[in-house]
Design a protein around this ligand. Structure first.
Ligand code: 13P
Length: 245
């Protein structure tokens, strides 16, 4: 059985104070939740204080990026060990916004994946096609390239820790969700690309305008194992509904 994950990717929202306040308010609302992993991914500066707030709760902590090197002269970057040290157990890698605005490629995604695994951080590797690629019927080709680029050579023993997020770029922040059928089709395809011994147990999250109104239908699909949520994870009322879908 794959335990679902509901992850809030807060992107560049919420100061440390706002992030801690959110977690303090969410905590009592999720006391009885046990069948789902609840993950909060705040900005780097908020990580230590958020960890203080949530470490005895049902929530886990994730970062939104990392650098692949152990340490060094890489101004502005953050290593896997640094994330581990402030309570992170997950890290998002290769989000489409990082691919689009910060030059992230399948090559850097792969290197970051290796760094995360080495430090026992669960990577959430994001993949997904643009609208142009979908319109040109290139979705499956793009997904296959991204999956192979990220995961080539990864030993099966690491796969317990690996999470994949399918985020069609055209559905991110647009209010335009992939239909559950569109998402399921790609999720099943992704699972089919994974090594046979790990495919049934690997969690594949959907991301792109997940909200309380569509979460149930999405989660009902056999290959959708959770959500990586932006906008609807910024408000307690909607994130609580997603967690309790
Ligand atoms: P939205 O939920 O705001 O569409 O963002 C999705 C996303 O990018 C999560 O990583």
């Amino acid at each position: 059985m794959r335990k679902p994950i509901m992850a809030g990717n807060w992107k560049m929202f919420k100061t440390e104070i706002e992030a801690v306040d959110f977690c303090a308010k969410l905590k009592p609302l999720i006391n009885d939740v046990s069948n789902i992993t609840i993950l909060i991914c705040p900005s780097f500066p908020a990580l230590p204080k958020v960890w203080d707030e949530i470490k005895d709760s049902k929530m886990a902590l994730g970062a939104q990026n990392l650098h692949w090197e152990e340490e060094g002269a890489f101004t502005g970057e953050v290593s896997a060990a640094m994330l581990k040290c402030v309570g992170c157990s997950y890290v998002i890698i290769g989000h489409s916004e990082r691919r689009q605005y910060f030059g992230e490629t399948d090559v850097t995604v792969h290197k970051k994946l290796l760094a995360a695994l080495k430090h026992n951080l669960s990577p959430i590797v994001c993949i997904g096609e643009t609208l142009e690629q979908r319109d040109k019927n290139e979705t499956f080709k793009v997904i296959e390239t991204q999956v192979k680029g990220a995961f080539h050579g990864i030993d099966v023993k690491h796969w317990d820790n690996i999470v994949i997020a399918y985020e069609p770029v055209w559905a991110i922040g647009t209010g335009k969700t992939a239909t559950p059928e569109q998402a399921q089709e790609v999720h099943a395809f992704i699972r089919g690309l994974l090594p046979a011994e790990v495919a049934p147990k690997t969690r594949i999250l959907y991301g792109g305008s997940v909200k309380p109104e569509n979460v149930k239908e999405l989660m009902a699909k056999p290959d959708i194992d959770g959500g990586l949520v932006g906008g609807a994870a910024l408000k307690i009322e909607s994130f609580e509904k997603l967690i309790k879908y």
